[in-house]
Ligand binder design. Structure first.
Ligand code: SAM
Length: 280
């Protein structure tokens, strides 16, 4: 079978008995026009190793290969889909490698090797945020990937890109924006998925900054933001007590008023706090 003869995804799903499992966050995209649009959003694909998390029956995988990816490494936890993916691998000889694994425990650097990599995925919603945090906090930096083109629930996409002062500005916004430029590309209606989830999805493009504008010790930033946003309605002089007994001197050194709340601080101010706390 060559790439033009691959059967429609609905047929693949029926033939391999791939009923969607909620526990694995399975909402499949069966419209190749849509998956090709997602693949194109990560262009150029050639010259990179494309990492896909959760290929499922392979709608996005096919699109990535059709749009010019020379090498796709697809990490999937559900062994039921492996025969369907083997058919795609046969149609694109030497270009698709399927790894049966839990994406939360994969050593990405080892998997990808030295070639520049991009991640493109319609993420399983139940592990989307931990996966993203893992990629954003990876060390050493710059990371092993050139970009992340990822589908999230729109509510998560809003949190990633939220500016200070917004209701949804939080830990994920600060960590993402301290290390990367993140922007929402387009929404995808829930009805495009099989089965349709309850909410709209948004494709987000995340490009790591080689040199972040403000130096930011990321492990410390994780602690500071966990503390500050852990009790987001409290003033920082109270919420940062999870971090240290008396936060006021630290806030003063950072030039931040102790009555400010977490959602009012810019990413640069959080980075400054992290630097100073690290030096304590
Ligand atoms: N890429 C396909 C598509 O667009 O139609 C499927 C996307 S579906 C939202 C998420 C996929 O991730 C499923 O195939 C699911 O089995 C897989 N998955 C869920 N948890 C995973 C994990 N921890 N590691 C790897 N794959 C996982």
């Amino acid at each position: 079978m060559n790439e033009d003869q691959l059967p429609p995804l609905r047929e693949v799903i029926a033939r391999h008995g791939l009923s969607a499992r909620k526990s694995l966050g399975q909402n499949f995209l069966l419209d190749l026009n849509l998956t090709r649009r997602i693949a194109r959003a990560a262009a150029p694909l050639a010259g990179h190793t494309i990492v896909e998390v959760g290929p499922g029956p392979g709608g996005l995988t096919r699109a990535l290969l059709m749009e010019g990816a020379e090498r796709v490494v697809a990490v999937e936890r559900d062994a039921r889909v492996l025969p369907a993916l083997a058919e795609i691998a046969a149609a694109f000889p030497g270009r698709l490698e399927v790894v049966e694994a839990d994406a939360l425990t994969v050593d990405w650097r080892e998997l990808v090797g030295d070639r520049p990599a991009k991640v493109v995925a319609n993420l399983p919603y139940n592990v989307a945020t931990p996966l993203l945090l893992g990629w954003l906090t990876t060390e050493p930096w710059p990371p092993w990937y050139r970009s992340l083109t990822l589908m999230f629930q729109s509510e998560v996409a809003d949190r990633i890109t939220a500016p200070p002062g917004s209701k949804v500005y939080g830990r994920l916004s600060v960590i993402a924006q301290a290390r990367a430029r993140a922007r929402a590309l387009f929404d995808i209606d829930r009805r495009a998925f099989t089965p349709p989830p309850k909410i709209t999805s948004t494709l987000v493009d995340i490009v790591p900054l080689d040199v972040p504008p403000v130096p930011c010790p990321i492990a410390v930033l994780e602690k500071v933001t966990a503390s500050a946003f852990g009790q987001r309605r409290k003033m920082l002089r109270a919420s940062l007590k999870m971090l240290l007994a008396d936060p006021e001197p630290l806030l003063a050194r950072a030039g931040i008023i102790p009555t400010a709340r977490a959602e009012e601080l810019t990413v640069a101010q959080f980075c400054r706090l992290a630097q100073l706390y690290e030096g304590e």
